[in-house]
Design a protein around this ligand. Structure first.
Ligand code: GLA
Length: 379
């Protein structure tokens, strides 16, 4: 237990143990044993942090979803309140109330918060794209990122600075999505965004977050190759990029392999870019309705994916997009044809653990629900 760990890894782990980023940025290297001083909970034992998205709806739910997240998670990511549309709906009017509620929740739980997301082609108000010229668009982008990131400076573990910049089907040679920002500023809109975030908070990890990178089919292969190209370009030009967020919205019928996903993770890590799994869940609509059969099939997807992903060097954190099936976006986004609810997440709609939770536990070294020593879950 005296293995040396890097400063960044210490910050991540110590943040999970209840420390704060601001206090820890001047630390040198530390030993794992020192970390155990903080707390002997689930959160410090795991080499990879486990966490979930948390939304205002989760916090306000009549079901004890927030208590479940608090009991099981070593890191959380904001689901909802930091989308541009919510945080700066009109020019110069910044709304931080709901994001602050999530940060208060994670501070109380003693876990770090990931910020999601600063630049996305969705949920961005139309006024942003009505700027009359390149210089104005660049200024709007820099002002938005600067204001939001400065507001939370020292309190965000990692920022998904740019969400979903890849779309090979848009037909560009570099595989970038022809989003309004790309059309206005060219491919350097990503560099503009990353640099603005770094300037506003030098200590927070900065990343690109992307979906559809995981599977074995040709579409994922094209998306991986475009992502490698983007990361290589950013690294070569000295643009700050600390991690790639692999969303991992998995699909029951897809396969995940060392040759595809594993080799990709190796290449990303070889460029000096860390890897986080940021939004994991499993669309079970291709599986038969029977609940125990379906839960086993979903757990097998979790198991297979984690075997590959964790088999290619350390992953800083694995987060699911919600903890209970009750919170899953897939209920409305991809309803099952047979009318049954989707069961994509590790806890069911009664907040009971499912086989997917056992898969996560065994890969991440998390304790069973009844032996964590956590307070009983109540509203
Ligand atoms: C996406 C986004 C998230 C969120 C989830 C689904 O891929 O990155 O912001 O929309 O998936 O709710």
């Amino acid at each position: 237990m005296h293995q040396r760990i890097s400063r960044r890894r210490f910050i991540v782990a110590a943040g999970a143990a209840g420390g704060t980023l601001a206090l820890l940025t001047h630390c040198g290297s530390h030993t794992v044993q020192q970390l155990s001083l903080a707390t002997a909970t689930v959160r410090t034992k795991a080499r990879t942090l486990f966490g979930s998205a948390v939304s205002i709806e989760d916090l306000d739910s009549p079901f004890p979803i927030a208590a479940l997240i608090r009991a099981r998670c070593g890191i959380v990511v904001t689901s909802g309140p930091l989308y541009w549309l919510r945080v700066q709906p009109e020019p110069g009017r910044f709304v931080f109330t709901n994001a602050e509620r999530i940060l208060a929740f994670s501070a109380q739980a003693g876990v770090p918060t990931r910020g999601h997301t600063l630049v996305w082609h969705q949920l961005t108000p139309s006024w942003v794209h009505e700027a009359r010229d390149q210089a104005s668009t660049r200024a709007i982008l820099q002002e938005h990122i600067g204001t939001v990131v400065r507001h939370f400076r020292g309190r965000i573990h990692s920022w998904d600075v740019v969400n979903e910049p890849i779309e090979p089907r848009d037909g560009r040679a570099d595989g970038l999505r022809t989003s309004p920002f790309l059309e206005a500023l060219g491919p350097d809109y990503i560099g503009v965004a990353m640099r603005a975030a770094r300037e506003a908070d030098p200590a927070s990890l900065l990343g690109i977050n992307e979906y559809g990178l995981e599977g074995d089919g040709p579409s994922a292969a094209a998306r991986r190759s475009a992502m490698i190209g983007l990361l290589a370009r950013l690294r070569a030009e000295g643009t700050p990029v600390d991690y790639l967020g692999i969303q991992a919205h998995l699909v029951g019928r897809n396969s995940y392999s060392h040759e595809g996903l594993g080799t990709f993770i190796d290449r990303v890590r070889d460029m000096g870019v860390r890897v986080l799994i940021t939004e994991m869940d499993v669309d079970d609509s291709s599986f038969r309705a029977d609940i125990s059969e379906r839960d086993a099939a979903v757990a097998a997807v979790y198991d297979r994916f984690l075997t590959v992903a964790l088999g290619h060097g350390p992953i800083d954190a694995v987060l699911t997009w919600g903890l209970s099936d009750r919170s899953s976006w897939l209920q409305s986004r991809a309803p099952r044809g047979d009318g049954w609810a989707q069961r994509p997440l590790p806890f069911d709609d009664q907040l009971q653990p499912k086989p997917a939770w056992d898969a996560l536990r065994s890969h991440l070294g998390l304790p069973a629900v009844d032996d964590s020593g956590s307070a009983p879950i109540s509203g």
